[in-house]
Design a protein around this ligand. Structure first.
Ligand SMILES: Cc1cc2nc3c(=O)[nH]c(=O)nc-3n(C[C@H](O)[C@H](O)[C@H](O)COP(=O)(O)OP(=O)(O)OC[C@H]3O[C@@H](n4cnc5c(N)ncnc54)[C@H](O)[C@@H]3O)c2cc1C
Length: 412
């Protein structure tokens, strides 16, 4: 690549944008990240990381940093939030690691974001610019030109739109309007574990599945912090993104849930609220020298806890494709899209389905509990293989190489 052809602009400095910036810098690009906010930062909440993103961390050489900042649940559990009975309790220790190659981890978002930011700062080929809201993008024969709200003009050979669910880049590439509201609201909070009654502390990632609601709890920072995400159906459909939550509405939605759930919710005084959104999957990720990545490309409901995991996979795949195509952005972008869009489509659609399972009522809830609790552990692991068993040997048919039945059987 000529030095001009190596220049790429990344719009957005979230987990996806920083992963892409670092992955592209490592393969020889000169990267400028434009972030609209005053500082590079993440919201104060936890995030779950599957073995699939660990395989990407291995490629990026940051496994040790991530390990040092993560907590590792002993179990992944689903409990009925009305009766408190265990529906599923999957060991996430040695057998899980042996099977999928890496652990299941939980981490504070700010810690993961800071680890990526430090890598970008330390890399001589990444320029990080804040207060740089991109308002216009133009393409010409030689690449892209970008205008920021402050009047700055930049140009590069290519541009990655990693600007999240409200992506302005997507409006240029796919032009498919706003993301749809799911009719579900998430409240998030992080508190010191010392504030949780001892009998409710646990090193398990627990999802309390209830009718039209669920609550997720897990430890953070080696157990020092405790993360809670409460989700419920609501007709407050349009407003609210990292806004203050209304505890009265929350408590009313969980009033019929078991003591443990209500006690946990009662520990929080101030919640942050998200009106949840996603989009119909699409193949429209690329237009000329612009490609979408992360939530800009495939915004999904968080019920599989995979939005950021998918953004990290995108980043590694994109850099690999650029190397494979010897710096030809047009070919690399097309191959990146073809390698990624069916996998992310599957995750987007599965996340919706999982939301229905978590929020089931009546006979559907009874069936869920009876069916899932009857499965042997190996069957649950098998059900995860398509997601966590990925190897980063990208193929144009969706890139995942899940573990075969013989390997799955050896987990027992
Ligand atoms: C309640 C909840 C729980 C979740 N839990 C998990 C989980 O456990 N595991 C998981 O993998 N995922 C989870 N997710 C999803 C995950 O948060 C997202 O998928 C992920 O953060 C997307 O990263 P991104 O970098 O693509 O976008 P974002 O994080 O949205 O970053 C976009 C960045 O672009 C910037 N930007 C936007 N427009 C412009 C512009 N015009 N110019 C310049 N900058 C701009 C923004 O300021 C922002 O910094 C969860 C989501 C929610 C709502």
């Amino acid at each position: 690549m000529s030095s001009r052809e190596q220049e790429v602009i990344v719009v957005g400095g979230g987990i996806g944008g920083l992963s892409a910036a670092y992955a592209l810098a490592r393969v020889g690009c000169s990267v400028t990240v434009l972030e609209q906010a005053e500082v590079f930062a993440e919201v104060g909440a936890g995030i779950q990381l599957g073995p699939n993103s660990y395989k990407m961390f291995q490629r990026l050489g940051i496994v040790d940093e991530v390990n040092a900042l993560s907590a590792f649940p002993d179990y992944l559990a689903m409990r009925d939030s009305i009766t408190a009975e265990h529906v599923v309790k999957l060991p996430a220790g040695e057998a899980f690691r042996k099977l999928f190659g890496f652990p299941y981890a939980v981490i504070h978002r700010a810690d993961l974001h800071t680890a990526l930011l430090k890598r970008c700062e330390a890399h001589g080929s990444v320029r990080l610019v804040t207060n740089a809201k991109v308002v216009e993008i133009r393409q010409n024969g030689a690449g892209v030109e970008v205008m920021t709200e402050g009047g700055a003009k930049l140009s590069a050979a290519a541009l990655i739109g990693a600007d999240g669910i409200w992506s302005m880049t997507r409006a240029i590439v796919a032009n498919d309007g706003e993301a749809r509201t799911a009719g579900h609201i998430a409240y998030r909070a992080v508190l010191p574990t010392a504030e949780i009654p001892e009998e409710l502390r646990s090193n398990t990632m627990t999802l309390w599945a209830g009718e039209k609601t669920h609550l997720v709890q897990y430890p953070l920072r080696g157990g020092e912090l405790f993360n809670l995400v409460a989700v419920f159906h609501s007709d407050r459909l349009t407003e609210g993104w990292d806004a203050a939550g209304d505890p009265d509405e929350l408590h009313a939605k969980f009033a019929d849930k078991c003591d443990q759930v209500r006690t946990l919710l009662g520990k929080i005084e101030s919640w942050r609220m998200w009106v949840l959104r996603d989009r119909e999957p699409t193949r429209d990720w690329v237009k000329g020298r612009i490609a979408l990545l992360g939530d800009a490309a495939h915004p999904m409901l968080q019920y599989l806890a995979q939005g950021a995991n998918m953004a990290i996979e995108d980043a590694v795949c994109l850099a690999d494709m650029l190397v494979n195509e010897q710096g030809d952005w047009d070919r690399a972008f097309r191959r990146y899209r073809d390698a990624r869009y069916l996998r992310t489509t599957r995750v987007q659609l599965s996340a919706r389905l999982y939301g229905e399972i978590y929020h089931a009522s009546g006979a559907t809830r009874d069936f869920r509990n009876a069916e899932l609790s009857s499965w042997p552990i190996e069957k649950h692991y098998q059900g995860m293989a398509w997601l966590y068993g990925i190897e980063p040997t990208w193929r144009d048919d969706g890139c995942s190489r899940p573990l075969g039945p013989a390997q799955m059987g050896s987990a027992a």
